[in-house]
Design a protein around this ligand. Structure first.
Ligand code: PGA
Length: 249
């Protein structure tokens, strides 16, 4: 099953409007036109400007977070419709920093995931274990429970992406080995075949995230069940991000 790899940058809470525009334009200019899907998720306040900068280039605009309600008295929050209104095509849910720094419970992650998928955007749902969970042999149990945040009524595999991001690898410089990533990716695909069906599972892209860099990207992306990357630190420079994008082609 040929899946088009998807490389997405998660800028997190970094940069200025000027630096973000420069980064967005540099990536859009250098990104290959085929063989890989490329996306970037800037901070909310820069979405509209980045949207205009990359409009028509084929590079996808993403959001790092969202609130599940449609509108109303939810001070500080942003809805799916607002994201779509400024050109956002995909949205993350369940990122480890939302789970473990902002303390989002699984129940809230599940509501956000349902809202994103229901809105017609592509859902990039992040899963991954903490170091103590890996050491205790609980990696697959944790990943399974995070996958269960998704409803099986999400029927379009092209709009569902799973990002496997071991928490101990995010921003630490310590990536999962090719074998560690492949083991969990294969597990995720198998778990999806059980909950949906084999054809659905074969179409879903599973990204790896956690210290993916130009020098380790090729090995990770060569694994049969690794279909792209969710890139934090290395997405903040045009050269390093494009090197990862090119490693996926
Ligand atoms: P990192 O972040 O590439 O800086 O480890 C990945 C992520 O959090 O998506």
């Amino acid at each position: 099953m040929a899946r088009t790899p998807f490389i997405a940058g998660n800028w997190k809470m970094n940069g200025t409007k000027a630096s973000g525009m420069e980064l967005a334009k540099g990536i859009a200019k250098g990104a290959p036109k085929e063989g890989v899907e490329v996306g970037m998720a800037p901070p909310f306040v820069y979405l509209d400007a980045v949207s205009q900068a990359i409009g028509g280039t084929g590079v996808l605009l993403g959001a790092q977070d969202v609130y599940f309600e449609k509108s109303g008295a939810f001070t500080g929050e942003i809805s799916c419709e607002m994201l779509k209104d400024v050109g956002v095509k995909f949205c993350l849910t369940g990122h480890s920093e939302r789970r473990h720094v902002l303390m989002e419970p699984s129940s809230l992650v599940a509501k956000k995931a349902a809202a994103v998928y229901g809105s017609g955007m592509t859902l990039v749902h992040c899963v991954g274990e903490k170091l103590e969970e890996r050491d205790a042999g609980k990696t697959l149990v944790v990943v399974q429970s995070q996958l269960e945040e998704l409803g099986t009524d999400m029927a379009d595999p092209e709009r569902l992406v799973i990002a496997y991001e071991p928490v101990w690898a995010i921003g630490t410089g310590r990536n999962a080995t090719d074998e560690q990533a492949q083991e969990v990716h294969a597990y995720i695909r198998g778990a999806m075949a059980t909950r949906w069906n084999r054809d659905f599972a074969d179409r879903v892209r599973i990204q790896y995230g956690g210290s993916m860099k130009p020098d380790n990207a090729k090995g990770l992306l060569n694994q049969p069940d690794v279909d792209g990357g969710l890139i934090g630190g290395a997405s903040l420079k045009v050269d390093s991000f494009l090197a990862i994008v090119n490693a996926a082609v």
